[in-house]
Design a protein around this ligand. Structure first.
Ligand SMILES: [Zn+2]
Ligand SMILES: [Zn+2]
Length: 467
């Protein structure tokens, strides 16, 4: 930011902010991401409760979203979006920094030598600030997916502040609203239904109605003293880290300007946009192996840039899991960090979704895909090929069997809950082995449905090729 200022770019808002620490504190903390949720206390309370997976239905998004029924009120609110006032400070920062980075960085690299230690700090800070957002703001604070030792929590909090994405209160409140109202044009702060630019960064440039919140959905955070301090002095922290600390490191490395350009400006812009990809591209490109009730996608390439958050379809369906890339082979360094720290006792109570539930969601989606294939062929009006007819029969047979497995599974879960409640509770360990075996049987059955489906798909794939 100093680089831009020194070069005389007309960053009025930013210059003003740097000059006046106190004003910056107030303005930045209020305005950097100025959301206010519209839902009442009751809804806010509900937003913190995870819906038991067994009770989820797989209805379409439109069936699950609570939209105002009054058409006039929707029109009125849409109108409010078109005339939303500009959010000057974030708008200035978010527009000026990428332009400045795009001009200054190549020019600087062309005309100056940047030493290896400066590049080393750049790499380290890319990792620190990026992963602080994913492991800190996101999985720890927004979803409470694990518990962290104060050392870890504060380290991630400092990195998140360095990343300049708003205070924890603002970020988490907006993110919980995103999950609760995902894709809703009026309620989701970064609704993908408003297009790439809006979901990427446009939502921060203006004071949109969906971007206003009152922190009622973060009661667990607002009573946290450290987070209160971070929120209150947010602007000062941001300036101290991004300008003060970066310049000091540059001085130690003997290259203040090079460090400001590479570690300050370039790192800030890249971290910003890699995070923004999660709200934009991760809701546009990729597969939907777990649910199609929202636009979130799983995308390996985006996981590379987002420290594992590219597996966004999984995350939207099982949001309290500390993993986003749930398969062992999926690239999720945030998961590896959290799991690694747990070996040292620095993170605890890592929350996961059990394998059977995950596989159940996948199989459910495969049935949907099979049904779509059948519908496409049968609706074309032409004679259905023999292979497709037998595929249809297999799917129907398998689906009946699957429904029965799910019923058995639900009954087993109900029995477990009942046992825990009753006088058997203290003797639960006596039946535990038996229950474990029953659960293992269900898991085996679901895995068998999965492999039968794959075989069925292969059968039409092979016959299509043969034809
Ligand atoms: Zn999302
Ligand atoms: Zn999330």
């Amino acid at each position: 930011m100093i680089a831009k200022k020194a070069l005389g770019l007309p960053l009025k808002g930013l210059r003003f902010a740097i000059k006046s620490g106190d004003t910056f504190v107030k303005n930045a903390s209020i305005q950097v991401t100025r959301f206010k949720t519209r839902f009442d206390e009751n809804k806010a309370k509900n937003s913190l409760d995870e819906m038991p997976v067994a009770k989820r239905n797989y209805a379409s998004a439109s069936e699950q979203t609570e939209l105002p029924t009054d058409v006039d009120s929707i029109d009125m609110r849409e109108f409010e979006f078109t005339k939303a006032p500009i959010n000057w400070i974030p708008a200035t920062i978010l527009v000026a920094t990428p332009i400045a980075a795009a001009i200054i960085t190549p020019w600087y690299l062309f005309t100056h030598q940047v030493s290896a230690p400066v590049w080393g700090v750049f790499g380290a800070f890319m990792i620190w600030t990026g992963i602080s957002i994913t492991a800190g703001y996101h999985r720890l604070l927004s979803h409470r997916a694990y518990k962290a030792h104060p050392i870890v929590k504060n380290f991630l909090l400092l990195g998140s502040t360095f990343a300049v994405q708003g205070s924890a209160f603002d970020w988490v409140s907006g993110h919980r609203t995103h999950h609760r109202h995902v894709d809703d044009r009026l309620e989701d702060p970064y609704s993908a239904k408003r297009g790439f630019f809006f979901s990427h960064m446009g939502w921060m440039l203006r004071n949109y109605p969906s971007g206003k919140f009152d922190y009622k959905n973060i009661p667990d955070l607002t009573k946290d003293r450290t987070l209160q301090i971070q929120h209150k002095y947010y602007g000062l922290w941001v300036a101290a880290l991004n300008i003060g600390a970066v310049a000091a490191i540059g001085w130690l490395l003997g290259d203040v300007w090079g460090t400001l350009v590479i570690v300050g400006l370039l790192r800030l812009v890249l971290t910003h946009h890699f995070t923004f990809f999660i709200n934009s591209l991760c809701h546009m490109f990729g597969s939907r192996p777990y649910t199609d009730t929202n636009t979130a996608r799983d995308n390996f390439f985006l996981a590379l840039f987002t420290w594992g958050e590219g597996y966004h379809n999984y995350h939207h369906f099982f949001q309290y899991d500390y993993r986003n890339g749930v398969k062992w082979w999926q690239y999720d360094p945030t998961k590896w960090l959290i799991a690694g720290l747990s070996k040292l006792g620095l993170t605890t109570e890592l929350r996961t979704v059990d394998d059977t539930t995950i596989k159940h969601a996948e199989v459910q989606m495969q049935f949907k895909a099979a049904q779509q294939q059948i519908d496409t062929v049968t609706s074309s009006g032409i004679d259905i090929p023999h292979a497709m007819k037998s595929f249809q029969d297999r799917i129907k047979f398998e689906y009946d069997a699957f429904t029965q497995t799910v019923e058995e599974w639900q009954a087993l879960k109900a029995k477990t809950i009942e046992l825990k409640k009753t006088e058997f509770a203290d003797r639960l360990h006596e039946v535990e082995d038996e229950l474990k075996q029953d659960y293992a049987k269900i898991e085996q059955k679901i895995l068998a449905h999965n492999s039968n489906l794959k075989t069925a798909f292969r059968s039409i794939g092979e016959s299509a090729k043969a034809a």
